[in-house]
Design a protein around this ligand. Structure first.
Ligand code: FMN
Length: 392
């Protein structure tokens, strides 16, 4: 175990900042125990619900840069989780986080009390699943359940209030990706409700993929819509984390699209303390968790830091510096500089340059007269041979 990666979150020590948020790797206690061998610091259960049900099928489909899913909560009963599941998961090497939801705040509070008694180290309360309304209606015909409105924070606030009365372990609220345009309102609401921490985010959507051989939606359910997860959502969920960190002072779990140690570090720089990796573990297998943790240790060292904490919130500091130095709207071009030792003349810069300014001879060349300094070539260079300095 790397001592430098140790991270405190809501008063609990995590052996590193990487956790597995709710997904298939939290489907039962034995799976969680196995996944814990990957080295992750914590694993969430699949959402424990009072009325487990079988998912509409198919429930997963890969899409470019991620996947869509139409899953409901855990198909295991509370009896299983509180009698056996959490106990089995606790035999592993990771902290056990009970992700749970009730159809009412009272139900959520009752489930959290049972989870604590069963040995859970922390509770996560998810908010809206983007696809869940219509799928729930189809799964439970006749159910009188009004789909919650995105702007109605009351059920979450009441759930947190009752849960905090019921348990002494930390209660973390997990925002939905559908709150992307109202992130700060939700962040403030979570803080007002008295939660100990905030996670962001769950899937975005509702999302759709179509099988062109048949015209069928790729997923089951009334319209075949699901929640979009994986790298496709990261630029949005990362911005949500930054916004939360700039709005409230609760500790944050950054979730959404993480595939690599660099992605983990982006969340930490945006202000997260822990970072969740879900789809990447599903698509690439649990070895991906181990690689991310190993690479993270090296990356932090390469950046001259001694722990994730040293880098937490660095981007907020940089944003502040832009403001203070009057560099919020730089418009004079800085053409990229080519590091000729690194350049492999692959031609990516030439391909993406919409201004005809990048070319390749023995190495890349940038025409200083026509380059507008847009930065696209810098961002696609596979060897990081191009650089621009607008801000330091
Ligand atoms: C297959 C699958 C199942 C999921 N199940 C749940 C769930 O039961 N409860 C929940 O809060 N989030 C669930 N999620 C959302 C993830 O916990 C996570 O918030 C989301 O996938 C974004 O992270 P990622 O891009 O790393 O996957 C699920 C995601 C996937 C891919």
């Amino acid at each position: 175990m790397n001592e430098n990666l140790k991270t405190r979150f809501c008063g609990i020590e995590f052996k590193n900042p990487v956790i597995v948020p709710a997904g298939v790797h939290g489907r039962d206690g034995d799976t969680m125990k196995d996944v814990s061998l990957s080295g992750v610091a914590g694993i969430c259960t699949k959402t424990i619900v009072s009325q487990p049900a079988r998912d509409v099928l198919p429930c997963f489909s890969a899409v470019s840069s991620g996947m869509v899913n139409a899953v409901f909560g855990s198909d295991k009963t509370g009896e299983y989780w509180f009698g056996e599941g959490i106990k089995r998961a606790k035999e592993g090497e990771s902290l056990v986080i009970a992700n749970l939801a009730g159809f009412t705040p009272e139900e959520a509070a009752a489930l959290s009390g049972k989870a604590e008694k069963a040995g859970a180290d922390m509770i996560v309360l998810p908010t809206h699943c983007p696809h869940m309304g219509e799928i729930l209606m189809a799964m439970f015909p006749g159910m009188d359940f009004q789909e919650p409105k995105l702007t109605n924070l009351d059920p979450m606030k009441e759930s947190v209030r009752l849960m905090k009365r019921e348990v002494s372990i930390p209660v973390v609220v997990k925002l939905s990706g559908t709150f992307s345009h109202i992130t700060s309102e939700w962040a403030s609401g979570v803080k007002d409700a008295g939660a100990d921490g905030i996670a962001s985010s769950d899937a975005l959507g509702p999302a759709l993929s179509i099988d062109v051989r048949t015209g069928e939606p790729a997923l089951g359910g009334p319209r075949g819509v699901g929640g979009l997860t994986g790298p496709a959502i990261m630029p949005i969920t990362l911005r949500m984390v930054l916004e939360i960190a700039m709005t409230i002072d609760l500790p944050i779990i950054g979730v959404g699209g993480v595939r690599s140690a660099e992605d983990v570090l982006q969340y930490i720089m945006a202000g997260a303390t822990l970072v969740g990796v879900c789809t990447a573990g599903h698509v690439h297998g649990i070895k991906r968790y181990t690689k991310i943790i190993d690479d993270l240790e090296k990356l932090i060292k390469d950046l001259g830091a001694s722990s994730p904490k040293d880098l937490r919130g660095l981007t907020i500091k940089r944003i502040e510096e832009r403001k203070n130095s009057g560099k919020q709207a730089v418009t004079s071009p800085v053409p990229p500089v080519v590091d000729t030792d690194r350049c492999i003349a692959c031609g990516r810069c030439e391909t993406v340059c919409a201004y005809g300014s990048a070319g390749v001879e023995d190495v890349s060349t940038i025409d200083q007269a026509t380059c507008i300094g847009c930065g696209l070539c810098v961002s696609v260079c596979p060897k990081r041979a191009l650089s621009q300095d607008y801000y330091s």
